[in-house]
Design a protein around this ligand. Structure first.
Ligand code: CA
Length: 359
């Protein structure tokens, strides 16, 4: 008798819970944490996570609170995949190519040498099947990705000596981010993995010969112009690197449809906001650098050609041994081919004309 009433009572509670759960869940107060790969001082890159968290707070009427933690606060700068994968944090904000040591296919989620520019990357992710391909790949790490910003094409970095021919790359100790080091290595260079805060000193002491970081706005802050006079462009390894939010899949799957939609909206907003901020801030910084007598020089055609050749050789080898790379890279390159075909008409012609007009 007692048992029966217990069972029927539980049944009633179950029905009630099922009936009210969705509405109650949508309004539940949630607290999440984002571990960032970046220091707070980089207001552009780190700032995108702040913009994202603020937007989610506003959209949810303050009910979905997300705190942002700078590199090192909760986990090492490059520990985001591990931290999100094992659920230490619900989210991370990072650049996928940092993790190419786990699997080279991570790099395609951010940027690969001679890859797409920022507009093309976003087009691939949103409307070219890229996000789905990358998320299918990230699923083996319990990760769901969302766009979290783009820097636009980066500069090629700071060199103590001029680079006149591909031979000048040989033996060059070059601080370069992520997967691109594989191509530098192929060219006879010596890629160096040095955290942002230590680059200046290494360049000043001559421990390294060159260093790339991002572009005028961030580079000016780090003061590289004082120790390396040649500022090369373009950073052919980062034509439009995407920064991502990585979400723990279980945490994401447990969200209400409303909260999922808020995260998506905030991601799209933060993604555009970062690129806009860089585009707005870089010109002034570049002018300040030129005023400091920085020599802003393009990589010679022969260096770009040799770099391209080295990159294609690396990709050929990867395709033969990494099935994830082969599948995702194949789709990426096919999309890029059409993008380059289209961009050379209206966009390129318009840009090149406007760049010759005296405003
Ligand atoms: Ca870079």
């Amino acid at each position: 008798m007692e048992r029966r009433s217990f069972v029927s009572g539980a049944g009633m509670a179950g029905i009630l819970a099922a009936g009210v759960a969705p509405a109650a869940h949508a309004q539940a107060t949630l607290r999440w944490r984002i571990a960032s790969s970046f220091p707070k001082s980089l207001d552009t890159i780190h700032g995108a996570a702040d913009v994202f968290a603020k937007k989610v707070g506003e959209l949810s009427g303050g009910k979905f609170q997300i705190s942002v933690h700078a590199a090192g606060e909760l986990m090492p700068a490059l520990g985001i995949v591990d931290g999100v994968q094992n659920g230490t944090v619900e989210m991370g904000h990072t650049v996928p190519y940092y993790y190419f040591g786990k699997n080279e296919a991570f790099a395609i989620g951010a940027a690969i040498p001679f890859g797409m520019n920022s507009r093309q990357t976003t087009a691939w992710m949103m409307h070219g099947g890229g996000r789905k391909l990358m998320n299918d790949f990230y699923a083996q790490y319990n990760i769901v990705s969302m766009a979290g910003g783009n820097t636009g094409a980066q500069m090629g970095g700071w060199f103590r000596k001029e680079v006149k021919t591909p031979a000048d790359i040989k033996g060059l100790k070059f601080r370069i981010g992520g997967f691109a080091g594989r191509v530098i290595e192929r060219m006879g260079g010596v890629p160096q993995n040095i955290p942002g805060g230590e680059i200046y000193q290494a360049l000043e002491k001559g421990t390294i010969d060159a260093a790339e970081w991002v572009g005028p706005y961030d580079d000016l802050k780090l003061g590289f112009f004082k120790v390396a006079p040649f500022y090369y462009y373009p950073g052919w390894w980062e034509g439009g690197p995407e920064v991502d939010f990585f979400l723990n899949k279980k945490a994401y799957d447990g969200l209400s449809a409303e909260y999922k939609a808020m995260l998506e909206a905030a991601s799209a907003y933060a993604h555009v906001d970062m690129q806009a901020k860089y585009d707005a801030l870089n010109p002034t910084a570049l002018k300040q650098l030129v005023a400091q007598k920085v020599k802003v020089v393009p990589f010679p055609q022969s260096v770009l050609d040799a770099s391209y050749k080295a990159a294609m050789a690396v990709y050929g080898e990867l395709g033969a041994k990494n099935p994830d790379w082969k599948r995702i890279y194949g789709a990426y390159r096919a999309f890029q081919k059409d993008q380059v075909l289209w961009f050379r008409f209206a966009e390129a012609r318009y840009d090149s004309f406007m760049q010759t007009v005296k405003l």
